[in-house]
Design a protein around this ligand. Structure first.
Ligand code: PLP
Length: 399
């Protein structure tokens, strides 16, 4: 008789976005005439930029001829991309190409990284949070300590007064849109160094940062190479959510202890894990990703993100005027706001859908710390977003 991994029974029954989709389709069935504006979209909506398309067309053409055809590539990624990442994203930070592992997604990497760590680690996760961190650690049966994020700590958590072995940080944050200052990030790095903890730093939204004082990488902080793994993705940076390309940085000097208390290189372990369980991101997506760093690519990608940021700022201003105390929406495509009169977030979700035809994401879906909040994304068009905000404001006024 085969046995399952019982930890899976501990997972929430339904993934947040499946629940949102189910409620929206139930509403549409009952109200086929009602128009719906989706402000909960967690996916980019603008097409890939011309520089990327051109590079991928060229790569496809190469694969059409035996002389230039590519089969399996190196598991950690092609040198051309690893080098472009180091030269562009980590210029002056002393990261080497051998420390960059290209993959098909930051979601899978943030989940899979747990493979090389003991199930006995105690995990600190900021709350509210991107659900993947909690779910993947629940699957392994690890002890999770939630780190409350609220207006009092700028949604960047208080430095814990107990020892945590691994801490997940994500800035600019999904769902709160909050960014972290250099000083606060340094406080986290200092905590990790003092406690021999490791920080998993998810910088998937790094490309939305426009404020020159906000760090793009945790390696901008001294000592971070001794305590941090960084995750990045071309998904939100360059519209690769369907193409799939991301990378994880594991510095060579980063270590953790074996059961025999020996220091083991995490770069080596991750390399071992990836070459065993992963066969590399496609050549075509890696050529597309490389083009993001070309002069035209950078300019085109920046213009797309500027568009999302423009919409984000419109949303933020509307929510401010409606008195809902938004955060985010600057240096981030996400805006996080309080429900009117402290209404439970799923109640507000239902009310807004039924009375205004506007879909948001209820904060409670991102953890207990999200109760009383909701998330709006800037991935719809500016026009639709404006319409949605007008409807939302009217509804809030009528309450
Ligand atoms: C979208 C997102 C990612 C990116 O995941 P991919 O698998 O690379 O598409 C990673 N982390 C967070 C917090 C995200 O919101």
């Amino acid at each position: 008789m085969s046995l399952i991994n019982d930890n899976y029974l501990e997972l929430e029954q339904r993934y947040l976005f499946a629940e949102v989709a189910a409620r929206v389709s139930a509403f549409s069935e009952k109200n086929p005439e009602a128009s719906i504006i989706r402000m909960g979209i967690g996916d980019v909506t603008q097409p890939l930029v011309p520089a990327v398309i051109q590079a991928m067309h060229k790569a496809v053409e190469e694969c059409a001829h035996s002389e230039t055809f590519r089969g399996y590539g190196p598991e950690p990624g092609y040198d051309f991309l690893r080098q472009a990442i180091v030269d562009n994203d980590y210029a002056g930070l002393g990261i080497k190409a051998s420390e960059v592992f290209v993959s098909d997604g930051a979601k899978s990497d943030t989940g899979n990284i747990g493979d090389i760590f003991s199930a006995n680690n105690v995990i600190g996760i900021t709350d509210p949070v991107y659900p993947v961190y909690v779910d993947t650690n629940t699957m392994t049966g690890r002890e999770i300590v939630l780190i409350p994020c609220n207006p009092g700590n700028g949604f960047t958590g208080d430095i814990p007064d107990r020892k945590l072995d691994i801490i997940y940080l994500c800035y600019p944050n999904n769902p709160t849109g909050a960014v972290i200052t250099r000083d606060k990030l340094k406080a986290w790095v200092d905590y990790a160094l003092a406690n021999h903890s490791i920080i998993f730093y998810d910088a998937a939204y790094e490309a939305f940062i426009r404020d020159p004082l906000i760090p793009h990488s945790i390696y901008e902080i001294e000592g971070a190479k001794q305590c941090a793994i960084e995750f990045r993705s071309f998904s939100k940076t360059a519209g690769f959510t369907g193409i799939r390309c991301a990378f994880t940085v594991v510095p060579e000097q980063l270590t953790a202890l074996s059961a025999q208390r020996k220091e083991i290189s995490l770069n080596h372990l991750w390399d071992r894990r990836q070459s065993c369980k992963f066969n590399g991101a496609s050549y075509i997506s890696q050529r597309g990703a490389e083009a993001v760093y070309s002069p035209e690519g950078r300019e085109q990608v920046k213009a797309v993100i500027d568009g999302y940021l423009d919409t984000a700022s419109v949303i933020r201003n509307s929510l401010q005027k409606a008195g809902l105390n938004p955060t985010g929406g600057e240096n981030s495509p996400y805006i996080w706001a309080q429900t009117p009169a402290g209404m439970p977030s799923w109640d507000f979700f239902d009310l807004l859908l039924e009375r205004a035809g506007v879909v948001i994401t209820p904060g409670a879906g991102f953890g207990q710390g999200g109760e009383g909040y909701f998330r709006v994304t800037a991935f719809n068009t500016k026009d639709k977003s404006l319409q949605a905000m007008e409807k939302l404001t009217e509804l809030v006024k009528s309450l």
